[in-house]
Design a protein around this ligand. Sequence first.
Ligand code: ZN
Ligand code: ZN
Length: 136
Amino acid sequence: MGVAAATGGCLCGKIRYRSRLPYRYAVHCHCSMCRRSSGAAFMTWVCFPRESFSFTNEQPAVRRTSAEVHRAHCPDCGAQIYMDYQDSSTIDVSIGTLDAADAIQALDNIWVSARLPLLKGFDSDLPQHDGFSPRT
Ligand SMILES: [Zn+2]
Ligand SMILES: [Zn+2]
């Protein structure tokens, strides 16, 4: 019997990754950096322990997008794969790149101070945080 693992990858298939389960937590981030880097209204990050995550095909393009954050994209199709906050013990994977995400449950909305008005009321039963996740 193998170790339970999550797998995923980008739109074109050049970037593939694998991480042992369980993931640590998941979070909806409404910050402007996630919005700009993804083109989406917000990003849902699935946070895996750093040591359990690895790429299994080619390596992504990694860019420093702010003082404490690096983001990885596929250099061919542009899909954002992860957000890496330097003080975090996790690698935060974009939920849309997972092969199977039906079992993922988000625990928080963060950076709601920057949330788009059209998302008012989205997952409003979750804790709302103006800034960073309390779980990093
Ligand atoms: Zn790709
Ligand atoms: Zn963000």
